[in-house]
Design a protein. Sequence first.
Length: 615
Amino acid sequence: MSSNQSYVHFGRSAADKIATPPWRPLDRAVARWVMCHGGSALLAEVAGWASFADGQGDSALPLRGEDAGRHGMRRLAAEEMAALSVEGLLGTPETDTEHGIDTPFVLDQDHLYLRRNYRNEVAVGEHIRARRQRRYATAVPSENDLDELFHGDRSAASQAQREAVRQAVGRGLFVLGGGPGTGKTATVLRMLLALARAYAARHDGVAPVIHLCAPTGKAAQRLAQALRSGADALRAHPQRPLPAVWLPHLGSALDAHTGTVHRLLGARGAGDDFTWHADNPISADIAVLDEASMIDLALLRALLDALPAHAVLVLVGDADQLSSVGTGSVLLDIASAITRQGGDGLVRLLHSFRAQQALLPINEAARIGDSAALFSALDQAGGAAQWQPVSSVSTLRQQLGPWVQALRATLDDAGAFAPVECDDADAALRVLAALRRQQVLCALREGDFGACAVNDAIEESLRRSIPDSADAIWYPGRAVMISHNDSGTGLFNGDVGICLRDESGALQVWFEHSAAATMVPGDAGSRLLRFSPGSLPAHRGAFAMTIHKSQGSEYEQVAVLLPADADNPILSRQLLYTGISRAKARIRLWCTEPVLAAAMRRDAGRRGALARRIG
């Protein structure tokens, strides 16, 4: 079929003949709905494609220009665009407002939107523009202030961090970017001190209300733990501890409310019903959204609607990672818009403080999509990177054998197979830390190369090596990941736990606590939750997880498994970059050369007009 032919055939009994290979039943239903409600065959066709594009994460479907033809849709001729503009089911920016005509679709320039995506995108654009224009009359941190916050460090590695703290004060919006290990959380802590001091100076010494949030409970937990550890390091620095004048503001930062975005908004049920919204805003003076690349367009709008106009918002994340599972690539779009405007109000940290230096060229090559540089960096990484051409289940099993042996030895050394007393929180923490030493990350969830099958293979092998566990579902050392939020237990999607046997022989599953606000500083027990296996909410095995699920995490060693088919549409450089950049010390890359080359060629970028709306 040529690019000028429609994938959707209309005519006699047209509603029954909608057929296009990539469409989902939902997309076909949208096209049929258009036909049943008086729309033309042309509108039904583009509406079905718009629904399909939404399912792929695009907020809009480009109909003309260089992005037209996305996902396989044909390019429209000028006369077809003119015909669309008079459709009764299609609104325009002039007719479609929050209180205007409720058309199901909106045509804005050359982009066709589902109405909800259009209104979310417009609202987010307006919010971001307004916050970028907001300024507060306050003194920015001096070089002496920054010396106190950074222990006198004026090295090249700290310059971007210092600049981020300086730029954040006095603004309504600031964006902090950077890859894993670049010091984003350490910078956020110092930023919070400077913002808290500036707020107190403007409000007669009153401390600000600070909220810290992230899209997942796991990410919120990591943020809270990293801030507490950073605060301890600030106070206990051997040469230049934090001066006493900053301690009240450090207290404000540590008193911050921490949790998921849904918890912050007071989510009620599974939809978009929130306690806090534009007409009932959150009490907040400073808000930090970590792992902002993972938030979708609708949830960001809900957060921006609920924040009071005066609140300072700091977005933190890596714009080059995979975008959200939902619609849009909001952090990338916001960062792109700010960069186009000159970059004021955005700082990207580049220096890695944690990753093995041999891995940095690999990460950077994947980030920018330079295949030649990637292959060269892999060759030069020595023992820090191993590339194995895995193309079948049998070759995958060959790689999993030594991987499981190393995993068992790591867990054994940490005490995972010995009895752990119920009140021995330190022992449980050691095992949980050992679990983060190595992780298999899969591009897919299902299939022979998917996370479910790979996890099952690892579990099967591991169980056989543990006495009396060959046929057991639960056994000491089993790792599980929570798959749905469960406020009753305090466990959230992405939380990873480990099964251990207690002194009486009973099995218990231990998790680090996500609700950071309830923890007692220095009390290891307050950082843990413990459950019998039967009382856990929905969960799955965690020895292998999808790359999407790993976002925000770091491991000593990762094995990144890509599908065997180079034509698999999931492959992209963002997927590859996200997976390999989780490693701090060693990478194992399991894929063939054609698959790796295909991933580097493909850009998983989303389409929409948010960057244009911001300015």
